[in-house]
Design a binder for this molecule. Sequence first.
Ligand code: PHB
Length: 389
Amino acid sequence: MRTQVVIVGGGPSGLLLGQLLHKAGIESIVLERQSRAHVLGRIRAGVLERGLVDLMGQAGVDTRMKAEGFVHDGTLIAYDNDMFRVDFTAHTDATVLVYGQTEVTRDLYDARDATGGDTRFEVENVVIHDAGTDAPFVTFGENGHSERIDCDFIAGCDGFHGVSRKTIPADVRQEYEKVYPFGWLGILSETPPVNDELIYANSDRGFALCSMRNANLSRYYIQCDTSDDPASWSDDAFWDELRRRIPPQAAEALVTGPSIEKSIAPLRSFVCEPMRWGRLFLCGDAAHIVPPTGAKGLNTAASDVHYLNQGLRQFYGQGDSEGIDRYSERALARVWKTQRFSWWFSTLMHHFPDQTAFDKKMQRAELALLRDSREAQAAMALSYVGLAY
Ligand code: PHB
């Protein structure tokens, strides 16, 4: 087989890239290790930046998102039983859209099916060959057969544990990492959201977040120990702990119900440099991970997809390799700024096990500055709605 771009990974970043390339007449094959049902069963964050919303529009996949997503023009921050609002439109010309990543992925699969795109699920042993040469190829197992695809380029959209990043030789790769000493226990419940905007809460008992998917689907998180087992957290224990961490007026308004999903996510900051090696380009979690505070994971993957899509269009359309040559530099410049925001927001909002009394005072002082200063709110709003590409 031969194609122009092999996309390793059929999550939202690989699929979005595939649709954008399709619009430019560039052919791709998507390889996914899991089944479609497995990919669609993953619950991820649900706050989309304008840049991602625009890319979905360019890919021609924004009809349902526009109809069912909720525009949010502010968010609430709670601490010490106090709560204040950061207004995005007062400080930026943008808003965010609340629409689940799972729904983004579903819409992209439907679009890929409609355009006849080649997507292979449940492939095994994907190996990227000769990415450092002008004749790369990818091998994999499918239904018990070995397959080979020759291609011009490979987009590594296969996540943190995928093969793409590890294909870059260790002496070329530089990895930066910070692991946080806690996780997030999240639940999804078919209950109305406690508030029409998200509430991020810093409490002495740890962080909590009230989020949502739609009018009758809520997403809540509480900071937990990384060693906790979700099965040992009953729904009642979760709701009790959440109520203790959010402001009293929210605790009173909270409507509880059975969880339909419950899981623990670790918190990690991670960046791999460079994001390109020869004809292999890393996108999204394959190259970087953010802690979930601020919901930048998919949004940062989308900015990578934007730069790569531009570079590949420039290459195929004008025979100009400037965009692909500068892909890593352009993507990383934005990645690091988003890393900074996610690290800052996580550090501000969580209880750290080794936190001293002084550290705690610093957190409180920074929260008070954010509450009282227009400029501090503007800085937060700028990153929250998403930095320009
Ligand atoms: C979510 O709805 O899952 C969510 C929202 C905002 C965040 C993180 C996660 O900052």
